[in-house]
Structure formats: C-alpha cells, structure tokens
Write a protein that binds this ligand. Structure first.
Ligand code: NAG
Ligand code: NAG
Ligand code: NAG
Ligand code: NAG
Length: 593
C-alpha cells in the first residue's frame, strides 16, 4: 500500500505545474456553486465530461478507491478492540500519530463498518420504539482537514446505525479544507459508496469557522431535529432513537448522548465497565468547558438510572435539538469567529431562556479525543478568548468580573476587541431570559464562586518573594500535591485560590488538606483533594500577620527555600518569611494588608 501511495505521489509530481494550473481553475469552478449534491446516476457538474481534467481524474480516483479498499485488514479493530500495525508500518504510523495527534495510517486499515460493543446499560435494550412515530433527523457534520478515513467512518457508522425512516440526511459541511484527500477523493467516495440523496456535501468557499459552518449546515437541513456530530466519531446501535424520543417529549430539551472515548492511537472504543457511569458538563471562570460529576440533586431525584440527566453545560460537538427550536432560541452567535466559546454560549442561553440541557444515557457515541489540535486557525487569532468574552458580556451579568479577573484585556474598549453584541443582548431581552445568578442558583448550585463567601482570593504570594501557590498544571481529577511557581503578571487559572469563610483553601472543587500521617515527617506536603471528601471542620486560618495556619495540627503553610515547580509544605510556625502569605484580594470584611 505504501509503495502504491508513493507511485501516486510521483505520478502527481510529474504532471507538475500543468495539473496545479488546471486544479486552480477547477477549484474556482467548484467554488462558484457553494452548495452541491448529486445522485448516483449522474456525475456532478464538476465532474462533467466537458471538464477533461476532472474526467481524467475519475479513472485515477477509481484506482485510488480500489487501492484504498484493498488495504483494509478484515477484523482489525473489530468490536472496538485496540488495533496495531507492525514492523515498518508501525514506525511510520507512529510518526504520523505524533504529527497529527491521530493514528491515520491505522484508521486507513480498519473497516469503515467495523462493529462496536453495545456498551449501553442493559435496561436500554428493553426500550422498544416504533421508529415511524419518531421525528426525522438531519445529522450535520462539520470538518476541516480531518483525515479522510476518519470522516468516512463517522458517516458510515451513522448510516449503519440509524433507521432509514428517521435519518432524513447526513449533511457534510467542509469548512474549506485544503488537504488533498478531502477534495476529489472524498467526492468520488461519496458518489460511489453512499446514497447521495441521503449524504450531502456543502463546501464553503473560504474558511468560515466552526460556528458559521454549523449555521450553514443547519440552514440546509430539512429534518425535524438537527443532530450535530463531530467528524471523528463512531455511533453505536440505537444511538439516535433515545435523542429523538426525548425531544419529541420535550420540545425545548437539547439532548446529548454519553460520549465515549476512542483512542487516538489504537482506535479502541474505551468504555467504563460501569455503564451507568458518566459525567456532565461544567465550566471554569476562565471560560473553559470541563467535565463534572452528575450533581447530587440529579441523582436524588432520578426515576431510573437510564432517565435523562440535566447538565449545566455541553461540550458542544454532539447534541440534538428540535430544528424550529434551534432557530427560535437564537441558533448561534453569528459574529463568533473560528471556534470556541459557542458551546458555553449555547448552554447558558438554553438554560437562561427556559430550555434544558440533558444527557440521555441510552444514546452513546464514541469520540476521538486528540490531545492537541494539529491545525492552525485563521490568523492565529484568539477566537476562543474573543468568543468567550462575547458570551460573558451577553449572558453572565455581574459574574463577568470573574472572567475579567483572568482576562483583564477584555475590561475596556470591548467593542473594538470583541465586536458589536447588540443583536445578542436584544435576543436575550426578546426571549425574556433569566439572569446568570438564577442559572447558578438553580442549575449549577454546586458551582464555587471564588469571591463569594470568602475571606480572600486571587494569587497567593509569598511575602517578599515572587513565588505563588500554583497547581503546576497537575491533573485535578485526582489528588495531587500543591506546589509553587513564579507569580504570573496576570491571574492565570493555575494560581487562583480562595480562602473560604468555611476555612477551606480551595480552587473550584479542590481543597487543600494535610494528612495527619504525613505530619510525622518534618515537611508534610499539602494535598489537593475533592472538597466533598474533606470533613466540615475549619481547615485553614489566616492570621492578621498573614500566616496560613492548618487548624487541626497548628502547623503553618511554609515555602521557605522553595524554588518554582516544587511542592509547598507545612512546618511548625515560626517567624520565617516563607510562612507569610499575601492574597491578591481581600473581602471587605478584612482589612487589606
Ligand atoms: C427486559 O424485559 C423483560 C420482559 O419484560 C424482562 O424479563 C427483563 O428482565 C428485562 N431486562 C432488563 C435488563 O430489565
Ligand atoms: C451507487 O452506484 C454504485 C455503483 O456505481 C452501486 O454499487 C451502489 O449500490 C449505488 N448506490 C445506491 C444507493 O444506489
Ligand atoms: C419542534 O418544535 C415545534 C415548535 O416549537 C413543534 O411544533 C414541533 O412539533 C417540534 N418537533 C418535534 C419533533 O418535537
Ligand atoms: C481517553 O482514554 C484514555 C485512556 O484511558 C485516557 O488517557 C484519556 O485521558 C481519555 N480521554 C478522555 C477525554 O476521557
């Protein structure tokens, strides 16, 4: 297969400038029609016989398709099992994996219709649905320079696992990819292997970003429900029905599947062995999405373990929404560029304007989580930051102060920096939406507000040294040791701490504790653990002179002699500088030092 690919490249190079010139012309022709689809019988106009280049290419694409399908190894990755390549291929695959954060060569060798495990709770198998009674769905998949076999597997799994009666169409929106594979080869594959009445391709003439590409797809859709899906997913059996059932029952419910994890290296379909285990969406005050445990009140009020669970926010890539509700509730903020922020915007908007965000446990979709994004965004602009600032100003009311604590560049000259937000503010008024305080109190009461009910917050700096408490980017999903680092000039999330009125030294849901066993050693470290695993007693006391005293041991937080990136500890209180700490901000009740 590798030799075949090389030959292909050599041939292409020989054609050289001639081909490039013709391609440029062809591309122009293609871009004139922004939106095209074709049926199985006739070639799309771009491929018409009058266009000699395209016509010649058809033969080349035929042999490519043959080659592509011949390289597939039967049984590889079947039932979602981890797969591997061997020898020279393994090395080559490893190189691509490092470059693109995805094992593309392996993906090319795995069948597009491989089977996947039915990871649902067994109770889900007992639900019988008459599919003809369900609404129809348009599945919208946006892609930009995604590996071809990964996109094709996403489409294939949707076609294989969705009843024809309810799958109105799959709409692909190409956000002007420039990868060669996604041009003629993609079109050729769609034409040859899919029912092109059902799988449609829209090409954007230039890069518009995720948000506008989604809007384009939504405008073209004709199903009663829109289902947005990332281009690197695989759905499992009956993934669609539970989403539609829920929306049919509650029109303003925006519904998500449980998102399972597909390995970017082995394409294993990971799943927790407890099918009832999953997380829902939260957010950070710096404006990022996070996964959180299902909230207490949701568990308590739940009728069955397969009932929908409410989620404060959504990750954004995978959800279903009633099409007319999507438009009524304000679709997306069209002035958001690139990608990022749109998921929190939609989450707050849905909740504040009367809808709900829910996870339906019987619907499951696998998603490849890459640990970095190998593609640049237009102009390297910080679209995530700007988009987030837009939503913060529209939806978060006085709580925007907490975002601005991290991003003070968005404090002033905002129109210049984030653009006009009048439309969105008006939308909020028109829909009669509730405030952000209501959202926090009713939808996300567990959310810790770093400057409410606290004695002090912000950076925690060692006296007379430029050293601050810092989580050192450690994984906060499990206990870790608290460290120090050079103080940043602005407040980075890793240096935001609060001392609560309840005596917790905490950051979000993570609290600083001292293990009594550790105190036997001279320098006991400070452990950061889930606050719920801590008792109710006061843990830390801030003295007037700035000592942070650990209440039950009487020891003092100490950074004497520490260099950045080391762990802080507790020691018997003494008059050393390393035991005096200064918070960036103090609540009014305490005099600033
Ligand atoms: C499914 O339904 C059948 C018949 O109603 C019942 O016997 C069985 O226990 C159910 N399975 C589960 C997992 O609830
Ligand atoms: C499209 O055409 C191919 C042959 O060119 C055929 O194998 C395939 O079944 C057709 N698909 C549909 C949906 O008619
Ligand atoms: C979607 O919402 C509209 C109006 O909000 C409603 O008339 C329609 O029945 C809903 N469709 C489905 C499938 O629930
Ligand atoms: C996916 O699973 C792998 C292996 O268990 C893990 O390292 C990774 O963090 C997971 N990613 C997500 C987003 O859950």
């Amino acid at each position: 297969m590798i030799i075949g690919r090389r030959k292909f490249i050599v041939k292409a190079t020989i054609c050289g400038i001639y081909v490039i010139a013709l391609l440029l012309i062809a591309k122009r022709v293609m871009r004139i029609s922004d939106n095209f689809s074709w049926n199985n019988q006739s070639l799309p106009s771009q491929y018409s016989k009058t266009n000699t280049l395209r016509y010649t290419n058809l033969e080349r694409y035929s042999s490519w398709l043959e080659e592509y399908e011949a390289q597939i190894i039967p049984g590889l990755g079947e039932n979602g099992r981890p797969a591997n390549l061997y020898g020279k291929e393994k090395l080559e695959a490893q190189k691509v994996l490092e470059e693109k954060a995805l094992n593309i060569l392996l993906s090319d060798r795995i069948s597009l219709s491989r089977s996947l495990p039915d990871v649902r709770d067994p109770l889900c198998r007992n639900i019988t649905v008459g599919v003809t009674s369900l609404p129809t769905a348009s599945v919208i998949i946006i892609f930009y320079n995604e590996p071809l076999s990964v996109v094709l597997r996403t489409i294939t799994s949707v076609l294989n696992n969705s009843p024809k009666e309810i799958l109105q169409e799959v709409i692909l929106v190409d956000d002007a990819s420039d990868e060669d594979d996604l041009q003629g080869k993609l079109e050729f594959y769609l034409m040859k292997r899919f029912d092109t009445e059902r799988v449609k391709l829209i090409r954007l003439p230039e890069r518009r970003g995720l948000i506008r590409a989604r809007l384009k797809g939504a405008k073209a859709a004709s199903g009663e429900v829109l289902v947005f899906l990332d281009a690197h997913c695989e759905v499992i059996v009956q993934w669609l029905e539970p989403l539609l059932m829920r929306i049919q029952k509650k029109t303003d419910a925006v519904v998500m599947p449980i998102i399972d994890n597909i390995s970017e290296e082995t394409l294993e379909y990971y799943h927790d062995n407890r099918p009832e285990f999953f997380q829902v969406g939260g957010f950070t005050w710096s404006g990022d999405f996070t996964w959180i445990d299902i909230q207490e009140k949701e568990i308590v009020g739940r009728k069955s373990k397969i009932a929908p669970v409410r989620s404060p926010t959504m990750a954004g890539g995978l959800f279903a929404i009633n099409r007319s509700y999507f438009w009524k509730i304000g679709s997306y903020d069209e002035k958001m560029d690139g990608w990022g922020g749109e998921n929190l915007e939609m989450s707050f908007r849905i909740w504040q304007c009367g809808g709900s965000l829910e996870v339906t446990p019987c619907s499951r979709v696998g998603h490849i989580f890459r640990n970095f994004h190998p593609y640049k965004f237009p102009n390297d602009k910080d679209t995530h930051g700007i988009n987030t600032a837009r939503l913060v100003y529209v939806w978060m009311d006085e709580y925007k102060r907490l975002f601005l604590l991290h991003r003070d560049e968005f404090k002033d000259d905002i129109e210049e920096k984030i653009g006009d937000i009048t439309d969105r503010v008006e939308l909020r008024k028109k829909l009669g939406c509730k405030g952000f305080r209501w959202y926090l109190e009713n939808i996300y009461p567990e959310k810790f507000v770093p400057d409410e009910n606290v004695i002090a917050y912000g950076k925690v700096k060692m006296k007379e040294r430029n050293i601050c408490l810092d989580n050192l980017q450690r994984d906060e999903d499990k206990p870790y040791d608290l460290g120090v680092y050079g103080c940043h000039s602005r407040l980075y999330p890793s240096q935001l701490f609060s001392l609560s009125n309840a005596g917790e030294l905490r950051r979000d849901e993570i609290c600083a504790v001292v293990n009594l066993e550790d105190v036997m050693s001279r320098r006991a470290k400070v452990k950061m653990i889930d606050c719920r695993e801590r008792g109710d007693e006061k843990e830390w006391i801030l003295t007037d002179s700035g000592n942070l005293v650990h209440a039950s041991t009487g020891l003092c937080l100490d950074g004497t002699g520490l260099t950045p990136k080391t762990d802080v500890y507790v020691a018997p209180c003494s008059n050393v500088l390393g035991q005096f700490w200064q918070f960036e901000f103090y609540s009014d009740s305490v005099t600033p030092r």
